[in-house]
Write a protein that binds this ligand. Structure first.
Ligand code: GAP
Length: 451
């Protein structure tokens, strides 16, 4: 599966991209219910995906882990959930109407369509090899436009947001006036964004509808550089803390010619995808560009008045902007492992327990009614605390294998002895070690390990 936008494979020593892994992840996602091609019974809808029973849990866990670190565990960041539909005025001010474009070229020979800036050789079509057959580049605006109300046409256009960030800028004054926060402080948001990408691809890596996790951190101008460094470190560490191996991650500072005109510094957290290093998140030092633009276009004062110093200023902004759907895919790739146990292939998703869809699987050894009743009592106690799967089909070995393949950290087996000794067998995914644990202590036992 090739994507014209992917980076070339790194040639240096160290971990290498693994193209076969890509197909394994796509197959596992479909087979086990992480991600389905959208509208499949109608032949599919290109590069659009639905998150199945496991995918919705995985994605929710990624977003919850981000929210926990970025909002819950901090006193200086508050949340927001702004509208997806916005009037043209927002996008005029932000610069998206004029500048959010990609240079589009068509190959006259095979009719394929490309982003000129992502071609290895701007003269050669990667699809058919034709040289010099591209049309003149056209600036293609990536925003989806629709209309509000029953009347179409001028004055009724609205746009689906191409990033969540602008919701934070246009609500800056509202948040300052209601939350008693003062710079340095941040506004965080998770939500869907929409971009009419010319060449979506690589599964959920680049889609037209996706989820972002963004935070705008407003700081006094003279503190911008130090906060930029701080957020680069924090965000890189977040991925490590959630189980991404260090050798699959890097923080790459943009070259001067890659920077947006308003940015004085941007670094990407990059992940070694099966096709090479690519972006998970960008951390940008945006200066006061956004607040200046919205202040000018709206006519509303957006300066912050610091009562202590008597100073009035437009805060500068440090923005860590991550993709939730893209990050969920990276977690799957990083966690995928195949080993051999007693001559049999074992597939394990070694997901961090916060990211794993199910935390615990409750498994009665057999379907006999004398086991099912008390086992479901154990299920009721554990699922009140943790997301659980319950499975009574097939042999216990096959059920362990199924749970390994979807990354469940703990399996709890209720067997015939459990009726007498009021204990269950707990099996840990990575070590496969088994331990007998009293049912009375089970929830606490799991809580200590799933903290
Ligand atoms: N507010 C800044 C901003 O939106 P961006 O680099 O365009 O910056 C941030 O987007 C993140 O959103 C990216 O690092 C990526 O993870 C995710 N993202 C962007 N476009 C995407 C797409 N078409 N499909 C999936 N994720 C995307």
């Amino acid at each position: 599966m090739s994507d014209p936008q992917s980076d070339p494979a790194p040639s240096d020593a160290g971990p290498q991209p693994d193209p076969e892994l890509f197909d394994k992840i796509v197959n596992l996602s479909k087979r086990r219910g992480f991600v389905f091609p959208s509208a499949e019974i109608y032949g599919g809808f290109r590069s659009t995906y639905d998150y199945g029973p496991l995918g919705v849990l995985l994605l929710r866990n990624v977003k919850d882990a981000w929210w926990r670190s970025m909002v819950q565990l901090r006193h200086d960041v508050v949340g927001l959930d702004a509208a997806i539909l916005g009037p043209p005025a927002i996008w005029e001010a932000s610069g998206h109407l004029a500048n959010f474009t990609d240079p589009l070229v068509d190959c006259r020979s095979c009719k394929s369509r490309w982003r000129l800036d992502k071609l290895d050789d701007p003269e050669v079509c990667p699809n058919c090899g034709a040289r010099g057959q591209f049309t003149e580049p056209r600036a293609f605006n990536l925003m989806f436009k629709t209309h509000a109300g029953p009347v179409e046409g001028a004055g009724h256009e609205v746009y689906l947001r191409p990033e969540t960030a602008q919701g934070m800028f246009v609500n800056f004054a509202n948040v300052v006036n209601t939350s008693r926060k003062r710079p340095p402080f941040g506004i965080a948001q998770i939500g869907k964004s929409f971009r009419n990408e010319i060449t979506p691809g690589n599964f959920v890596f680049r889609t037209r509808e996706f989820e972002q996790m963004e935070m705008e951190f407003f700081v006094p101008p003279d503190q911008a550089d130090q906060w930029y460094e701080y957020w680069c470190g924090e965000r890189y560490r977040w991925y490590l803390d959630h189980g991404m191996p260090e050798q699959l991650l890097r923080l790459r500072a943009h070259e001067a010619d890659e920077l947006s005109h308003y940015s004085s510094g941007t670094s990407d957290v990059e992940f070694l995808f099966p096709w090479g290093w690519d972006e998970l998140e960008g951390i940008a030092n945006r200066g006061n560009y956004d607040l200046t633009q919205h202040q000018t276009h709206s006519g509303e004062k957006l300066e912050y008045f610091d009562q202590a110093s008597g100073e009035r200023y437009l805060p500068h902004v440090i923005e860590p902007a991550a993709g939730a759907t893209r990050t969920a895919m990276a977690f799957l790739i990083a966690a995928y492992d195949e080993t051999e146990v007693k001559g049999e292939r074992r597939t394990v998703l070694r997901l961090h327990h916060r990211i794993a869809p199910y935390k615990v699987a409750i498994l009665p050894l057999s379907k006999k009614p004398e086991l099912i009743g008390p086992c479901q009592e154990v299920l009721a106690a554990v699922q009140a605390r943790f997301m659980c799967d319950y499975d009574e089909t097939q042999s216990i070995g096959k059920r362990y294998a199924r749970q390994d393949e979807i990354g469940t950290p703990y399996c709890v087996t209720f067997d015939f002895d459990s009726i007498e000794d009021r204990a269950v067998t707990v099996r840990e995914r990575d070590s496969m070690a088994q331990e007998r644990v009293s049912i009375d202590r089970l929830v606490d036992y799991l809580a200590e390990r799933l903290a």
